[in-house]
Every structure is written in C-alpha cells, then in structure tokens.
Design a protein around this ligand. Structure first.
Ligand code: SF4
Length: 415
C-alpha cells in the first residue's frame, strides 16, 4: 500500500531541505515531490533497489569476507588515512572517528582550509533563519551553485516576500539566473585576496582610483562598500570558488578580518558553502570528539592537530600513507587531482552507498543511506543539525554499523 510521507529531509546537498513529500510502498520510493531536480535524483539514485555487492579487488564476495579483508589490510597498515564523510550522517562520522582512534589513523575533512583559517581568526556566523529574517545585504562570493539553487532562494524568501534586500554576486562566473541579483562583480579567483584588501581600504575611507590593479573594477568595489555602509545586516556566503588553491585559508582569514571590521558599525556574518553535493557535519563531529575540526592524527594514542603535516591531500602526495579508508558517497570529489593520482599507489577500502569508477578499490563494502534507509541526523549549511528519517527498508548495513563492526573486530585483535 502506498504511504505518503510529508516534510521529509533531503541530504542531497548542504541546504538539507525538510519539505520534501515522498511516496513509498515500504520497500521502494514511488514518487518524490520537490522542485529540486538534484534532490529528486538523490532520492531516486539511492532509493533504487538494485543490490550493491561487496567486492575484493573487483570480485564479488560475501559481506563478512569483505569486512575481514578490510580488517586484514588495516592490520598490515602502518600509516592509515580516513577520508571522505562529506555526505555522511553524524552516526557515521562518529564511527569514523572511533575507527581512526582505534587504529592510530589520520582523519581529515574537505573543510580543512576553512578550519585552518577559523582556528586563527574565529568565525562570526548565523543561522539561515537569521539570514531570512534580518539580512538586508547578501553577498554570494564564489557560491553560484547556492545562489541559483531554487530551494535556497525559497528558504530565504519564505514569509518575507516584502523584505527589502540586496543580492550581490561575486566571482568569475555570471550566475545562471541573474533576475534576483542586484549587482554582479567579476573577480578572478586568484585576485580574491587583493579584492578583500581593497574593500578594507575603501571601508577605512582610502580613495583608490580606477585603473589600480585591485583584482576587480574599483567602481564596482566602491559601489559594494556603499551598499555595505547602507545596510544593517550583511551576510557573506563564500563557496568552493572562493576556497580554491593552497592559500585559500589565507583568503578565508582575510574575509573574517573584513567581516570583523564591518561589525564595528553593523552586523555582518559569514557562512561557508561546501561543494555542490557535499553536506556539512564531519568537522562538527570531529571538533566535539577530538577538539579539532580537521587534520587530526591519532598515531600517538591521542588526537593531535597539524594543518600541514596531517592534511589528507599532502599526506597522499608525499607518499606518507599506505592505506586509505574512504567513507561515504563521492569521497574523491573534494580531493585534489594530484592526490587522486597518488591514491592508486596505496591500498584502498571504501565504505559507502556507491562504488567509485575512477579507482580500483581493494575492498568495497556497500551501505544503505541515512535519510532513505536509516534515521539519523545531518548538519545544514549553517551548522544546524536536522533529523533524517528511514523511508524504505534495505538488506545493507549503515556506514556507522560497518565502521563499528570493523572497529570491534580490531579491538579483539589489536593492531
Ligand atoms: S536543494 Fe539540496 S537539500 Fe534541497 S532538495 Fe535540492 S538537493 Fe535536496
């Protein structure tokens, strides 16, 4: 019998919308009611009933054999790395930290550069509810995917259609839907730092002249500063394009300093936007479990944080790991191309709901999905945790169950 479930939470991206209507027959998702094609694809992709099978070196094996092979590889490893979790639930993230602790691994997240900057200068942030209710100037910097996301726009507009608000887009691309954008400012990614410094100068009353190499048009920057000075509550959404390059933590630090200076006269906050289909959460779980939100190493028997030594990309590129445990859907999406190339030279285990075509894994252990097969919780873009529901049944275990099983076996036979 068809069962209609209202107000379902979607974990298909960092927006974590909780207004989806799903129809199921208990074993399959029959219908997804949402305006978002990405959300519909997420439910349809992971709600399908095609069986995923455990693999060892591409051969189909039983679940217990795959788990045992994972345990054996971990036993052989002297320098394991745990990476991914960009679409994982809180339970899964917690289990990944538990495994890292048990085996003395390094565990890192795609939010590493963000964390590195915020450890230095702190973060002034807010919830989407505050943005919706109070922000009269919203600046999307390198966050086009969020700016053009209909669900995000609806969230900000809900109940506040008449709220006077200015929207500014900054970045290399012109947003696909510019009808709601009041001003677009072209900024090449490599000029981010200069633009922030010029904005700081203009806010302090320094007069720059058109033609100076500010990384963007001086008149555009003057107009932006004028908008900032006319506004009461400003929010910067800074996205993947803003965070490119190995010095991105410096640019995030610079933005935080700019925000601090704006806050002298008015309210101003930032919200970090992850890549398109990633969610947030692992950095929160790592922080409350270890005291550090990224780049954590357990080799000494307790958590240590070093942003360069324990950066996943750099560890892989320096050849300082011999095993990588990948967790969750699309774990390679936030790894640099160079790191992905080096990953082929070490043993790899994937625990997640979809196999990876671009990497010959040593072990693949398929899992069900939180929000489709299992209840759980996940963090929204603004750091608000939201509950996920189990909608249909599966024979597969969850990521947390698989990681916890591996950890339990390792506890009985210590590394
Ligand atoms: S915007 Fe993101 S969370 Fe919302 S429905 Fe689309 S994919 Fe799901």
């Amino acid at each position: 019998m068809a069962n209609v479930i209202e107000d379902v939470t979607c974990a298909g991206c960092c927006c974590v919308c909780d207004n989806i209507q799903i129809t199921t027959d208990g074993t399959q998702i029959l219908n997804v009611q949402t305006i978002c094609s990405q959300g519909r694809s997420w439910f349809e992709q992971f709600g399908q009933t095609d069986p995923l099978l455990p693999l060892i070196d591409g051969r189909t094996v039983s679940h217990s054999d795959a788990v045992q092979q994972a345990v054996d590889l971990i036993h052989l490893s002297k320098a394991p790395l745990i990476w991914g979790m960009s679409q994982s639930s809180t339970d899964s993230n917690r289990a990944a930290v538990g495994l890292a602790d048990q085996i003395g691994a390094t565990i890192d997240t795609a939010a590493s550069s963000n964390v590195r900057a915020l450890q230095q200068v702190g973060e002034a942030s807010c919830t989407l509810g505050e943005v919706r209710s109070r922000a009269d100037l919203i600046i999307y910097w390198g966050a086009d995917a969020l700016l053009t996301n209909h669900c995000h726009r609806e969230t900000l507009l809900a109940g506040h259609e008449e709220f006077p608000r200015t929207i500014v887009s900054m970045g290399t691309k012109t947003p696909g839907s510019s009808e709601d954008v009041d001003k677009s400012i072209q900024v090449e990614a490599q000029n981010t730092f200069e633009v922030i410094w010029y904005l700081r100068g203009l806010l302090k009353g320094i007069d720059f002249h058109e033609g100076e190499s500010a990384g963007a048009s001086i008149s555009d920057l003057k107009e932006l500063v004028s908008l900032i000075q006319q506004s009461k509550y400003i929010v910067f959404f800074f996205g993947p394009e803003f965070k490119q390059g190995h010095l991105s933590h410096r640019e995030i630090e610079a933005l935080s300093i700019l925000v601090r200076e704006i806050q002298a006269d008015r309210r101003c906050h930032t919200i970090s936007v992850p890549p398109a289909s990633d969610t947030k959460g692992v950095e929160h779980v790592l922080a409350w479990q270890t005291g550090y939100a990224a780049n954590v190493n357990f080799a000494a028997g307790y958590p240590r944080y070093f942003p360069i030594e324990f950066s996943a990309s750099q560890l892989i590129q320096r050849g300082e790991i011999d095993l990588c445990v990948l967790v969750g859907a699309q774990p390679l999406s936030s790894l640099s191309t160079e790191a992905q190339k080096y990953l082929t030279e070490v043993s790899t285990i994937l625990v997640g709901p979809a196999n990876i075509d671009d990497l010959d894994l040593n072990v693949y252990i398929p899992t069900g999905v939180y929000g489709i097969h299992f209840p759980g919780s996940i963090y929204r873009i603004d750091g608000t945790p939201l509950p996920l529901r189990g909608l249909v049944s599966t024979n597969l275990l969850s990521e947390a169950d698989v990681l916890t099983d591996i950890t339990s076996i390792l506890k009985q036979t210590p590394v």
